[in-house]
Design a protein around this ligand. Structure first.
Ligand code: FPP
Length: 246
């Protein structure tokens, strides 16, 4: 069967793709199972997405794994998600090493359970020299939390008002040194950003797919890249101007 991969122009793949993994709970319901079953099955989609991104030569892949608002879910679900994160990080670290995946995490990591923080630290240190792709896990992350933190950091550095530029703000976000995503994918048919990377997605192309996260596979990722490459990104300019900058 022909794959969407063959339609991707590898010389123009986005450097950074961000993903809002959504639909685990609803998918589980369709299977007559509880929400946690959906999260468990979502791990295979995480694996598939990393593989696909690496194959398409994407340099940075950011996955929204837990938002600051997710603490409001039932305690059993939050606990299960944290346990799943810890066990997945432990079980996947060998695979990350084999595939040249460097792991990073953004978010309010201090508020995560100790076990989760510790395992993250170990995996981040272990994979630090891997060069094929950087996987950024957004954990206990929200864009507004990050912006408040950046403003506080800028004030604490006593940066004079006239020196506070867009670059200074970007350097004080948790994504400092990570390029802005060119493409953001959200699964499950929802058309929302849900407090994810609000500063960084100013010019990002958005791709919404009805596929529920546990069913998301390599081919869906490639389809998103093909759709992205078929778009004209103008950055506020006219079509004629963007042609000249190519
Ligand atoms: C959204 O579905 C999914 C999450 C909040 C958690 C995502 C977590 C995983 C896929 C587990 C493993 C992840 C890593 C990175 C190891 P939802 O619960 O909001 O679904 P719903 O919208 O149908 O309720």
């Amino acid at each position: 069967m022909k794959s969407a991969f063959d339609q991707i122009d590898l010389s123009k793949t986005p450097r950074h793709v961000a993903v809002i993994m959504d639909g685990n709970g609803r998918w589980a319901k369709t299977q007559g199972k509880d929400r946690i079953f959906g999260h468990f099955n979502g791990v295979e989609s995480v694996r598939a997405t990393i593989k696909a991104a690496r194959r398409a030569q994407v340099e940075f892949l950011t996955l929204y794994a837990f938002s600051t608002e997710n603490w409001n879910r039932p305690k059993e679900e939050v606990d299960a998600l944290m346990d799943l994160l810890v066990s997945t990080i432990i079980s996947e670290v060998a695979e990350l090493m084999e595939n040249g995946v460097r792991l990073l995490a953004i978010g309010d990591l201090e508020e995560l359970p100790m076990k989760c923080r510790d395992e993250l630290k170990v995996a981040i240190a272990k994979t630090a020299d891997n060069k094929d792709i950087t996987l950024v896990l957004a954990l206990n992350y929200s864009a507004r939390w990050e912006m408040v933190k950046a403003v506080r950091a800028i004030i604490a550095q006593q940066i004079p008002e006239q020196n506070v530029t867009a670059d200074v703000i970007a350097q004080n976000l948790s994504t400092a040194n990570i390029p802005d995503p060119e493409l953001l994918i959200r699964t499950s048919g929802e058309h929302r950003i849900s407090n994810f990377l609000l500063w960084q997605i100013a010019y990002t192309e958005l791709h919404f797919t009805p596929i529920m996260w546990p069913e998301f596979r390599e081919e869906h990722f490639f389809e998103a890249l093909v759709s992205f490459q078929g778009r004209e990104r103008r950055f506020g300019m006219t079509s004629e101007q963007t042609e000249l900058t190519k």
